[in-house]
Design a protein around this ligand. Structure first.
Ligand SMILES: Nc1ncnc2c1ncn2[C@@H]1O[C@H](COP(=O)(O)OP(=O)(O)OP(=O)(O)O)[C@@H](O)[C@H]1O
Length: 267
């Protein structure tokens, strides 16, 4: 059951990301063709789709790691296409990104990992940055004595939390998460979903969440966008998307795993 207030699009109609007519190609491989997507203020938007439908490429296009072949991307009211490199990096500072792999530097302890963006981008001194890093660790539920530990000594769930703390280091307006619960056991994944909703409710950021995890969709997402046929086929509440007349959607939501997730969250 969704325990948070279901902040649907009606309550958060202000878009923080607006993608229109996006085209992405790699040589002859057309990944996106005329793709539209909207992320509203304060919502957690789950982005799903079959393997290779371009979820990660979409995320990378928005955060500035892949230059689109065509289309416009507007973030927080600013059209990214029109910006200089310097202006673009100002906008990108308002993003927090958690990638599926390579989330933390293995040679740095947690405090140093989280302090890094504060030193590099916010130009804080080391002591102040590490103080803030410890605050971020407590925000994601990690005790102060994890601050000096290295990523390899932590469980998968703790690493994800620490990576989330780093993504939150610069107090982002928009958080991008690429399969954050991949590799976690169901209890660790559920705890991460709950933490995400709690932090969103408390801090008010908006979330672009790529996931294959049906439980995450039920537990954390206000709306779901489905990538299929090189575009966003539908964006709506989970209940409406789950009943959408499309073969992949029906297989995904009404298959055994989809029904199990739905059942688990109804009880
Ligand atoms: N750097 C790249 N060079 C060439 N092709 C790429 C590159 N990055 C992605 N692609 C291609 O773009 C397509 C979409 O990839 P993407 O990783 O976005 O899919 P996805 O939906 O995130 O998949 P998955 O669910 O398996 O992670 C794939 O065909 C992939 O091969």
């Amino acid at each position: 059951m969704v325990t948070h207030s279901n902040k649907s699009s009606e309550q958060h109609s202000q878009p923080v990301i607006s993608v229109r007519g996006l085209v992405n190609r790699f040589g002859a491989n057309v990944v996106h063709e005329n793709l539209d997507l909207t992320l509203n203020q304060g919502e957690i938007l789950g982005v799903v789709g079959g393997s290779g439908t371009g979820k990660s490429v979409l995320l990378r296009s928005i955060v500035g790691l892949k230059r689109p072949n065509d289309g416009t991307i507007e973030v927080l009211g600013t059209r990214l296409n029109d910006l200089s490199e310097e202006q673009r990096s100002q906008v990108e500072r308002r993003f927090g990104v958690l990638f599926q792999r390579g989330a933390l530097f293995s040679s740095l302890n947690l405090q140093e990992n989280i302090a890094l963006p504060l030193i590099e981008h916010a130009k804080l001194g080391r002591e102040e940055a590490e103080y803030l890093a410890r605050l971020k660790l407590s925000l994601v539920g990690l005790s102060p004595n994890t601050a000096l530990q290295f990523p390899e000594s932590l469980s998968g769930g703790m690493v994800k939390r620490a990576a989330l703390a780093r993504a939150l280091a610069l107090d982002p307006d928009i958080l991008f998460l690429d399969e954050p619960t991949a590799g976690l056991d169901p209890i660790g994944a559920a705890a991460f979903d709950e933490l995400l909703v709690t932090l969103r409710d408390a801090l008010g950021f908006s979330v672009f969440l790529v996931t294959h995890d049906l439980d995450t969709l039920y537990a954390a997402c206000d709306r779901v966008a489905v990538l299929s046929q090189k575009r966003v086929l539908v964006t709506d509440t989970l209940a409406r998307v789950a009943s959408y007349d499309d073969e992949w959607i029906q297989d995904y939501f009404q298959g055994p795993r989809g029904r199990a997730a739905q059942h688990a969250h109804q009880n």
